[in-house]
Design a protein around this ligand. Structure first.
Ligand code: P61
Length: 457
C-alpha cells in the first residue's frame, strides 16, 4: 500500500515561534507549571486540545463570508439544521456556542439533586455540569478500557451488565438520561462499537430511560466501526453515523471537534416537550433558537464542516496519523494507551514514571518536561483533572494517570509529528530525572484550568 497522504493542500499558513530551552524553563515556571497558563505564542507545537483548533477549509471560509446574520430565521440556521438532521436524524436541533452550553441547558432541565447520569466515561465539562445541578455523574466503562496496555478494538464500550445492575439499584425513575461518549475522550479516545450502542439502547429501553450520545467525535467513531466491526466495511460513514444516532433519543455535540470549526455546538432531541423547555432556557442564556450564541457565519461553517468530516480519505488520513505516532512511540518503549484512539495519543504516566505516586501528579511532570524539552503543549488527564478528596483531604485518584497529546485536525504535517515523537522519546530516555509536583492553588471546580503547582525535590 502507498503512503497515506494529507488529503488537502495548504492555501494559507501561520508561522510558529521558536524559543530556547532556557526561555521555556522560565516560562513554564511563570505559568505555575500549568500549560493552560502559557501564552500560546510561546508554544511551538500545540497539542493541548483538538477542540476548536482545526484548520477550516476554503469552503468553510467562504461560508464565513456567506453567513446570514439575521437575528431570527437566518438561512444559515436552516443549512445548519439540515446538516445536523441529515447525520443524526434527530428532530429538534438547538444551536449552542459550544458543547458545555448544550450540557448546561440539558442538565439544568433534567438534572437536580437525587438524579444519576451514567456514561461510559463523562468528560470533565459533562461531569461538572451534572454535579453543578446536584446530580451524580457515574462512569460505567468496561474493564478492558481501564487497562492502557491491553489492545482491544472497542475500549470505549460501556459495561452493559453494570448498567443494568446500576439501574436496578438506583431506580430508573432517578436516571433521567443515559449517555455514551463517542469516542471516549477521557478513556483514550477509544471507540464504542455499534453492538455496544445497540445493547445499551436495549437496556435503556427496557427501563424507559432515554439514551443520548455525547457526539463530539462521532465521525472518528464511525470510521473505527467501519474498519473494526463485522458487517460495516462496505457502509459509508454517513450510513454508519446514521445508524449510531438511530439508537439515540438525543445528543450533545461540541462542533469544535468533528465539525471542524473554531466555535459551535448543539443539543439535539426527539422529545418535543424537552426541546421546548431547553429552548426556553436557551433564550435566557445563549440567544434566540435560530442562532443560540453563535453568529450566522459560524452556523454556516459548522454545516460545511459536517459535510467534510464524512470524507473517508480525510478519516483514513486522520486515524492513520495518530496510529503512526503511536506505532513509533511503542517501538521506542514509551508506554501509551493501546491501540491509539481517534484524536490523540495518551501517554500512560503510571508506567512512564512508576516512581512518582498519583499524589505527586506524574502526568503533570511529563507535561512540563515535554514543554521544556521541545516546546510541546499537552494536557494531564489524571489526578489533576479528575482527582477528588476524601473527607480527610486525601486524594482519591482516577483509574488512570494520562498525558494527552491531542492532534488538531488538518493543522500539522507528518514532520511536525516526527518532531513530537523525537521529543517524547528524549523525555522518556531522561525520565529518571523528572520530579513530582504539588498543588499550591486550586479552584473548586475544573481545577486543572487554573491550578498552580510547585516542583518537589
Ligand atoms: C478537549 F481541558 N473537549 O477534549 P466544549 N464532551 C467531550 C469533550 O471532549 C468536550 C466537551 C464535551 C475538549 C475541550 C476541553 O477541561 C477541558 O465545546 C467528550 O469544549 O464545551 C470538550 O465541549 C465540551 C479541554 C474541555 C479541557 C474541557 O480538549
Amino acid at each position: 500500500m502507498k503512503t497515506i497522504i494529507e488529503p488537502f493542500k495548504i492555501k494559507s499558513v501561520e508561522p510558529i515561534r521558536f524559543t530556547t530551552k532556557d526561555e521555556r524553563i522560565k516560562l513554564i515556571q511563570q505559568a505555575g507549571y500549568n500549560p493552560f497558563m502559557l501564552h500560546a505564542d510561546d508554544v511551538l507545537i500545540d497539542l493541548l486540545t483538538d477542540s476548536g483548533t482545526s484548520a477550516m477549509s476554503s469552503k468553510q471560509w467562504a461560508g464565513i463570508m456567506d453567513g446570514d446574520e439575521s437575528y431570527a430565521g437566518s438561512k444559515s440556521f436552516y443549512r445548519f439544521e439540515d446538516a445536523v438532521k441529515k447525520i443524526t436524524g434527530l428532530k429538534y436541533i438547538i444551536p449552542t456556542h459550544q458543547g458545555r452550553a448544550a450540557e448546561k441547558i440539558l442538565f439544568s432541565t433534567v438534572g437536580g439533586p437525587g438524579k444519576y447520569f451514567p456514561n461510559n466515561t463523562h468528560f470533565d465539562t459533562t461531569r461538572a455540569n451534572i454535579e453543578f445541578t446536584g446530580s451524580e455523574a457515574v462512569d460505567l466503562l468496561n474493564e478492558t478500557g481501564k487497562h492502557p496496555e491491553i489492545r482491544a478494538d472497542f475500549k470505549g464500550d460501556m459495561d452493559v451488565e453494570k448498567l443494568e445492575g446500576f439501574i436496578k439499584k438506583t431506580g430508573a425513575e432517578n436516571i433521567p438520561i443515559c449517555f455514551l461518549t463517542v469516542t471516549n475522550n477521557s478513556g483514550g479516545g477509544q471507540p464504542v462499537s455499534m453492538k455496544n450502542i445497540k445493547e445499551v439502547k436495549s437496556v435503556c429501553k427496557k427501563y424507559g430511560i432515554p439514551l443520548f450520545l455525547d457526539a463530539c467525535r462521532f465521525a472518528e467513531n464511525a470510521y473505527f466501526i467501519k474498519k473494526r466491526e463485522k458487517g460495516y466495511a462496505d457502509k459509508s460513514i454517513l450510513e454508519i453515523a446514521r445508524e449510531m444516532f438511530s439508537y439515540a433519543d438525543g445528543a450533545t455535540m461540541s462542533a469544535k471537534k468533528d465539525a471542524l470549526v473554531n466555535i459551535g455546538g448543539f443539543l439535539a432531541v426527539n422529545d418535543a416537550s424537552l426541546a421546548q423547555q431547553c429552548r426556553n432556557l436557551l433564550i435566557v442564556t445563549e440567544g434566540f433558537p435560530t442562532y443560540g450564541g453563535l453568529a450566522g457565519r459560524d452556523l454556516e461553517a459548522v454545516a460545511q464542516g459536517l459535510e467534510e468530516i464524512l470524507d473517508e480519505h480525510y478519516l483514513q488520513y486522520r486515524i492513520r496519523s495518530i496510529e503512526y505516532m503511536g506505532d513509533k512511540l511503542v517501538a521506542a518503549g514509551v508506554p501509551i494507551i493501546e491501540p491509539p484512539g481517534g484524536h490523540a495519543i495518551y501517554i500512560d504516566a503510571k508506567r512512564f514514571l512508576p516512581e512518582i505516586p498519583p499524589e505527586q501528579f506524574p502526568g503533570q511532570s511529563i507535561v512540563c518536561a515535554l514543554y521544556i524539552e521541545g516546546g510541546i503543549r499537552s494536557v494531564e488527564i489524571g489526578s489533576v483533572m479528575f482527582g477528588k478528596y476524601d473527607k480527610d483531604g486525601k486524594l482519591i485518584p482516577p483509574p488512570m494517570e494520562l498525558v494527552r497529546l491531542a492532534i488538531p485536525r488538518r493543522v500539522y504535517t507528518q514532520s511536525h509529528i516526527d518532531y513530537v515523537i523525537e521529543v517524547i522519546i528524549e523525555v522518556f530516555k531522561n525520565r529518571h530525572s523528572l520530579k513530582g509536583y504539588k498543588i499550591i492553588y486550586e479552584a473548586p471546580m475544573l481545577r486543572h484550568f487554573t491550578a498552580q503547582f510547585a516542583e518537589l525535590n
